[in-house]
Write a protein that binds this ligand. Sequence first.
Ligand code: PLP
Length: 396
Amino acid sequence: MRSGFPLLAAQAGLHYLDSAATAQIHRDALDAVLRHETGSRANVMRGTYALADAADRAYESARGAAARFLNVAAEEIVFTSGATAALNLVAHSFGAGLQAGDRVLVSQAEHHSNFVPWLMLRERKGIALDVLPVRPDGQLDLGRLPQLLREETRLVALTQCSNVTGAITDVAAVVDAARRVGARVVLDGAQAVQHGPQDLRALGVDFYAFSGHKCFGPGGVGVLWGRAELLCTLPPFCGGGGMVGEVNLDGFSWAEAPRRFEAGTPPIAQAVGLAAALDWMMSLDWPRLRERETALCARLLDGLREIPGLRVLGSMAAEGRAPIVSFEIAGLHPHDICQVLDAHGLALRGGHHCAQPLLAALGVEACTRASLALYNDESDVAALLDGLRHAAKALR
Ligand code: PLP
């Protein structure tokens, strides 16, 4: 696996355990970007010459790859700069139809990218924001849904997988409850896509957001998926070239979706690179990879149990979660821990992980996070456990 990732192949001593922040880029994605930039680089939807035509085809074919990865139609794929931009797009375009008295439900487990846009919408529109609490094991307290979902709830915005605890949301239960009150569901898939292709038709949600850099693709590109019947009714978020039908001194008309939501020059080469990463992911044996991820996560959790003063945030079970494990060590600051680990070739993130409401619920201000991806193996986990034992001694 490691040999498919140029950075990891070049840095044999590196134990990269921060894939929840950014996964390493796969060689296929890099090659596709280089091929595009040196063979088909031109702007899209503007030129009539052969090279522009090649760029158009490459970009639209990338849309097709993203659609296959999510089991949806290509015209439902909007390229954005990332998950954050995709979620802000929903907050603006879907939010434009909301008014004071309407309600949006989010959870306390959200990344700031799926929390702050709704706080901003509340400020803009005077909507009410309801917050689904998390249980001590990091799972969303879905038992509270019937109470929190009301006739006025228009949208439920939840993460598919926590970037702190690795807890996976029971999406079917959420969709079922939301449908009872006629609410739409937007799912933040940023942490889920790295662990395999998604079947959005089966999940039954209405919008889905993810970033390319978290699923072995380039940075600067992401995807918003929205049901065709919704996208075609929503107003654009940003104005500019490409998203209009006609413009005159009195106004403008909207282009069809998805172009309506892609104002300006889109991230063309990045989308092409992302498509190569997604195609590569679709060629893998995911049941086997997930088994491997779970076994590695179990090994990590077992080892963490042995470290004095260490508390894992959320569940200690390796099954039914993503291999993202956050912890605190009594009396030690995560930044100090990460610095000691860095000296041992271990790349981990310490801090609030852009999830301050969740950390508050879990009773900490900051924590250290190890996130495993398909290129990690036993040697990474063993090095981390050694590094932590060393840090615990050195910092006390
Ligand atoms: N949602 C979740 C759950 C995340 O973990 C992240 C990034 O860490 C994001 C959204 C935002 O992703 P991006 O910064 O790529 O837009």
